[in-house]
Design a protein around this ligand. Structure first.
Ligand code: 6PG
Length: 242
């Protein structure tokens, strides 16, 4: 599915509305919702829109688990961390019942000696929160930004890849900072729904390439696929080459 909104702000608002409804549906069906959030400008704008949307009172936030698709392996209080950028938004949901123990962070360089250690800890955390001894929870919605090079999470073209379930350390990232922790593509593709959040004209070629053919190594975004749905939630300027 491709949904084209007028601009980045409309895209963020549309995704937020969709997310609130999807979380309420997941809780109604299974009593819990596992949601993977993303950094990047559109990912953070989406969280702002969720925090500000009056319909957010319709969700029982105490039943929601938040995960990150990737995180930068830097100091815990670094402005580069997705978690730091998202903190005010999680704070806004605190008053609506969000349990901080359910906001699952990938490791930072204050807590772990290496990105490998942080990735191993995140992999273990995923397994602990999964039911029936599975490798990770079944994510209801997994959101991803996409870079102009078609990277998703911290899976860059012709760079790190792994078929394992869980998280991996990424070094020499083409986009700074160099050290990161990322879910693997195999893990991303266990989600019921994967949503790709894309805005801006500079993303148009990568978006077109991702629709063209599946090539995980050259075009990571092309390999993303939810088990129930894969939704491209994009703006008009990103859609010009479709
Ligand atoms: C990173 C970024 C990156 C981002 C995409 C989309 O880890 O370096 O967070 O992965 O999510 O590049 O970002 P925008 O929405 O800002 O274009």
């Amino acid at each position: 599915q491709i949904v084209i909104h007028e601009d980045a702000n409309a895209t963020a608002q549309g995704i937020a509305a969709r997310l609130i409804t999807s979380i309420a549906d997941a809780i109604a069906a299974r009593g819990v919702a596992h949601v993977v959030v993303t950094g990047g400008s559109l990912g953070i704008a989406t969280l702002v829109a969720v925090a500000q949307n009056p319909a957010n009172i319709a969700v029982n936030w105490s039943a929601v688990h938040f995960w990150w698709g990737d995180e930068r392996f830097v100091a815990a209080d670094s402005a580069d961390r997705n978690a730091v950028q998202a903190e005010p938004l999680f704070a806004a949901l605190d008053s609506l019942g969000l349990e901080r123990a359910n906001v699952h962070m990938t490791g930072d360089s204050d807590s772990y000696a290496s990105a490998e250690d942080a990735a191993a800890a995140y992999t273990q955390l995923l397994a602990e929160e999964a039911s029936d001894g599975a490798a990770n929870p079944v994510f209801d919605v997994l959101m991803l930004g996409m870079g102009p090079d078609s990277h998703v999470a911290s899976l860059f073209p012709n760079h790190t890849r792994s078929d394992e379930l869980g998280a991996i350390a990424v070094h020499d990232s083409p986009k700074p900072p160099p050290h990161r922790v990322s879910l693997t593509m195999s893990t991303i593709n266990t989600a019921r729904e994967v949503w790709l959040l894309v805005s801006g004209a500079e993303k148009a070629p990568a978006l077109a390439a991702a629709q063209h053919e599946v090539n995980e190594l050259a075009v990571p975004a092309s390999a993303v696929q939810g088990t129930e749905a894969t939704r491209w939630l994009i703006d008009r300027s990103a859609a010009t080459l479709l």
